[in-house]
Write a protein that binds this ligand. Structure first.
Ligand code: CA
Length: 236
């Protein structure tokens, strides 16, 4: 669905990780893949890095000295100047509730340590692809809900609403494919990209977040659950 556009500039990845060995491994693997990197050992360094050179994506460790990665992800999402930077959480925790917590904090994806560099690179590319691919088509409006794919802006009844890039992608996909029912795995393929190792449960988490975002304007009713099949967008 979404086309992958080659960028002429190298994507810069900010690695926020306090363990030197992991930081070095990440930096080495990313540079080998053609990315440029900046490194930070804690949130303070990350803030300084973003101010001097805005990254294309942030790899954010959960457990950091001082402010945790989860709290920092929330802060990044809530600040207008950083809310559009994709985040992948690095976590040593494997519990399902922690994964949900990572996504709920505003991260676009998470990766559990220990991970292979191959998996990491695949996820980084998938998230970047998700962010770069939807710049065509122009503004779309459905019943008072307006989406601008060029600016990632969404307005509901002429009021601008805060939406994370992944939720934007999901909403955009739904809006341009109204009335059709999509299974979780189909949504993963179309919105997250094929060959991405993401659990289907991730879709539910993002659907819940999208509904919550739309709820104050009663547009959450457009995102309908089709029992034992998946989800559908319907403005009828
Ligand atoms: Ca750590």
């Amino acid at each position: 669905m979404y086309e992958f556009k080659l960028s002429t500039k190298k994507d810069m990845i900010l690695i926020v990780e306090d363990e030197e060995a992991i930081r070095d491994m990440l930096g080495y693997s990313l540079i080998k893949e053609g990315f440029s990197c900046d490194e930070a050992v804690d949130v303070d360094q990350a803030i300084a890095s973003i101010e001097s050179n805005r990254p294309s994506l942030i790899l954010l460790d959960w457990m950091l000295p001082g402010m945790s990665g989860i709290d920092y992800a929330r802060r990044l999402r809530n600040a207008p100047e950083t809310k559009d930077i994709p985040i992948i959480m690095l976590t040593a925790k494997g519990e399902e509730t922690d994964k949900v917590k990572a996504l709920d904090s505003g991260a676009d994806d998470y990766i559990t340590k220990p991970f292979s560099t191959k998996e990491l690179i695949a996820r980084v590319k998938a998230v970047l692809r998700r962010y770069s691919g939807d710049n065509d088509g122009g503004v779309i409006e459905v019943g008072g809900l307006l989406l601008d794919p060029d600016t990632y802006r969404v307005t509901a009844n002429e009021q601008e609403i805060e939406i994370s890039p992944t939720e934007f992608k999901l909403l955009h996909f739904f809006i341009i494919h109204p009335e059709r029912v999509y299974s979780r795995s189909q949504l993963l393929d179309h919105v997250w990209g094929e060959n991405v190792y993401v659990e289907e449960r991730t879709v539910d988490v993002h659907i819940r977040r999208l509904r919550k975002t739309l709820e104050p304007f009663e547009f959450d009713k457009f995102i309908q659950t089709v029992r034992s099949v998946g989800y559908r967008f319907s403005a009828r």
